[in-house]
Design a protein around this ligand. Structure first.
Ligand SMILES: [Zn+2]
Length: 310
């Protein structure tokens, strides 16, 4: 099975590649704070190794002048991969948030765009049922917006998963051709979820939603979004988190108001990463609420955008 090959890759890489071995060992001692929002939790993880990602300069000047770390020719010699289908490679992420954290780049050095790659995401979820697969848009947390890639982490870390299955925050607003379309309420972040056992209708619904947001953000290379997906039983669950902003005001604030938080799929799924200890210590429920509101859409606006797709 494909999953077994990935397990073997992990076992091998944490012994033969010191950077990975050290960082997965450090992760065992990672500090986490739990914030209670009355019915759901947001976790904050103090993870200094993630500074490289959170503070990544992703403007085209900076990206163009560095060697791309996802291209095979620039990867560390000790980083090995396992092929996925004919055009992707699964790698162990050496700067983990999850006990099992993968980076899955395309073979080609091509821009981060989901439009023609959503089906690949479903295939990965099918082949790696123990993982949640996620996509960060080019201005939504991807630290390599110039090289197409997904990431994946072991299931059951991200609170979004259990908060969806509890049925307490998301409700079905309509069903179409075997796809249930859900909208979250009172969860600080507007989220649209899709569930279906049918690949084609799921892809069609995703593209209809994608086009809607595309029309609303016409100046951008693609509508801003984070996407997380996994398979439970026969069904795929897809969480789409449309975005309004790349980084919150706190990211570029000065002095005590500064918080180095660059929200991406994992953060918006409920595990907020703080690479600086001072931010980890001082962050409050008020800050988390404020950051989510700045970068995400409110529930009612999302409802307005998609309700007539029925
Ligand atoms: Zn590249």
């Amino acid at each position: 099975m494909f999953s077994d090959k990935i397990s073997d890759l992990f076992t091998a890489q944490v012994t033969e590649w010191q950077l990975a071995g050290d960082n997965y060992r450090l992760l065992q001692k990672v500090k986490t704070r739990h914030f209670d929002f009355g019915g759901f939790e947001v976790l904050v993880q103090f993870n200094p190794e993630r500074m490289v990602s959170s503070a990544a300069k992703v403007d085209s000047g900076s990206v163009g002048s560095r060697p791309c770390f996802l291209c095979q020719k620039n990867r560390p010699p000790l980083q090995r991969g396992v092929r996925f289908e004919s055009d992707f490679t699964v790698l162990v992420n050496p700067f983990p948030i999850f006990n099992r954290h993968l980076t899955i780049p395309s073979d080609e050095h091509t821009d981060q765009r989901i439009r023609y790659n959503f089906g690949k995401m479903l295939s990965l979820a099918e082949s790696l049922p123990a993982y949640i697969i996620f996509y960060n848009g080019p201005e939504c947390g991807a630290s390599a917006p110039d090289h197409f890639h997904f990431q994946a982490g072991n299931r059951d870390l991200i609170p979004l998963e259990k908060d969806f299955s509890s049925g307490r925050f998301a409700e079905i607003i309509f069903s179409r051709k075997g796809v249930e379309v859900w909208l979250w309420r009172n969860y600080l972040r507007g989220i649209i979820s899709l569930s279906s056992a049918g690949r084609e209708p799921l892809e069609t619904m995703f593209h209809m939603i994608f086009e809607r947001f595309s029309a609303l953000q016409p100046g951008l290379p693609e509508p801003m979004m984070n996407i997380l997906t996994y398979k439970t039983g026969q069904s795929w669950i897809v969480h789409i988190i449309p975005r309004k902003q790349h980084r919150p005001a706190q990211y570029s604030a000065e002095g005590k108001d500064r918080l180095i938080i660059s929200p991406a799929s994992v953060d918006l799924g409920g595990v907020v990463i703080t690479p600086r200890e001072e931010d980890f210590r001082k962050i409050t429920t008020g800050d988390l609420t404020d950051i989510f509101r700045q970068v995400c859409w409110p529930d009612d606006e999302l409802h307005h955008v998609i309700s007539d797709l029925k």
